[in-house]
Design a protein around this ligand. Structure first.
Ligand SMILES: Nc1nc2c(ncn2[C@@H]2O[C@H](COP(=O)(O)OP(=O)(O)OP(=O)(O)O)[C@@H](O)[C@H]2O)c(=O)[nH]1
Ligand SMILES: [Mg+2]
Length: 340
């Protein structure tokens, strides 16, 4: 079903590679699995299409598992790569006089997405140095992960506030690979303005969790999109940075605030954007079709104690937006630098 990541020489430098980055269980694979539903539920005309059979299979299987099976993906074991195209709307809105414009050619954003087991981001050692797995496989997989980060120009970094509250290890999973990546980019002369050339979408995940939602509410960060029939609470990208900062305060290790410093050190401010994300969204009663502050939890215990399942329909929040932002920014860089 999945393909191992290999550089594809026929495509030249893959400027559009986007890599997911985040601690184990931070929600990387679920976010990918929710992409199709997110696009279909929003009415802005974007769709996602697999660019090869394995990537289409993934979309079909994962979408079904989430929607019908109501189950979350299993923890990732291998580095997996998917190729998708996001196809934009073709119809333009009527102009001021109500005249319909001619359909325009669709915008296409190619995404080569890399999803790795979160464990690979922790305790990353120098590829030439000691090995953590007795058979050396951990080391070669870490090397592969770094190769991918080096080739990508877009990063989706997932910060899981619930894990941070419990384990407090998000910074550990960011710092080591970031340092290695910077070392490689410096060696490759890709550190021109003293920053990495990458764009980074920082997603605060599990926004549907009551603890995260309440933090946003207490800080006065919640808004409602007037076009949203369900009236789901959201946090705009402008305010999501503040939510991130606020959630860093409840880190079990107290190290989470270092992440903001590291982001500022390594990434150009224009190339960082924050998102408050939930792959499953809030539970909405199918009769009332409205968000209800007294009954919004969409994650419920499953049959086995440790199992968690999805209760109702999926209403993904800020799942597509980070991809579109990255895709559009990378396309702009590509056209400005004349790279194909
Ligand atoms: N509340 C809530 N929980 C979520 C959401 N997405 C994922 N989870 C929970 O987080 C768990 C891990 O999600 P994954 O998508 O497997 O995380 P991952 O980052 O791919 O994990 P690894 O592959 O182990 O690195 C799931 O089993 C769910 O329990 C979400 O949108 N909301
Ligand atoms: Mg995973």
């Amino acid at each position: 079903m999945t393909t191992r990541m290999q550089p594809d020489p026929s495509r030249g430098r893959p400027d559009h590679n986007i890599a997911m980055w985040g601690a184990p269980g931070s929600g990387k694979t679920t976010l990918l699995a929710a992409l199709f539903t997110a696009l279909t539920r929003s009415d802005d005309g974007w769709k996602i299409i697999g660019s090869d059979p394995a990537s289409s299979d993934y979309l079909i299987e994962r979408t079904n598992a989430l929607l019908r099976g109501k189950v979350f993906p299993e923890a990732s074991m291998a580095l997996e790569r998917y190729r998708w195209a996001l196809i934009g709307p073709t119809l333009q809105k009527p102009d001021f006089w109500g005249r319909k414009a001619k359909p325009r050619p669709p915008t296409r954003i190619d995404i080569n997405m890399i999803d790795a087991p979160g464990g690979l981001f922790g305790t990353a050692q120098h590829p030439a140095g000691g090995l953590s797995a007795p058979d050396g496989s951990g080391d070669s997989r870490r090397q592969e992960l770094l190769d991918n980060l080096e080739l990508s120009r877009g990063l989706v970094f997932l910060f899981d506030p619930i894990r941070e509250f419990t384990f407090g290890d998000a910074f550990d999973h960011m710092h080591a690979p970031l340092t290695r990546l910077a070392e490689r980019m410096l060696a490759a002369d890709e550190f021109a303005d003293g920053k990495l050339p990458h764009h980074i979408a920082v997603c605060v995940t599990k926004f549907d969790d009551p603890r995260v939602l309440e933090t946003a509410e207490k800080r006065g960060l919640l808004t409602v999109d007037v076009d949203d029939p369900y009236r789901l609470p959201r946090v705009t990208s402008e305010d999501a940075g503040e939510l991130f900062r606020e959630l860093c305060q409840v880190s079990a290790s107290g190290n989470a605030d270092l992440m903001l410093g590291a982001l500022g050190q390594f990434f150009h401010p224009d190339r960082i954007r924050f998102f408050a994300t939930s792959s499953i969204g809030f539970y909405v009663d199918r009769r009332t079709k409205r968000f209800d502050w007294d009954d919004f939890q969409n994650m419920v215990p499953g049959e086995a104690d440790e199992d968690l399942r999805i209760r109702g329909q999926l209403h993904p929040i800020n799942v597509v937006e980070p991809m579109l932002w990255l895709g559009q920014r990378l396309a702009a860089v590509r056209s400005a630098t004349g790279r194909s």
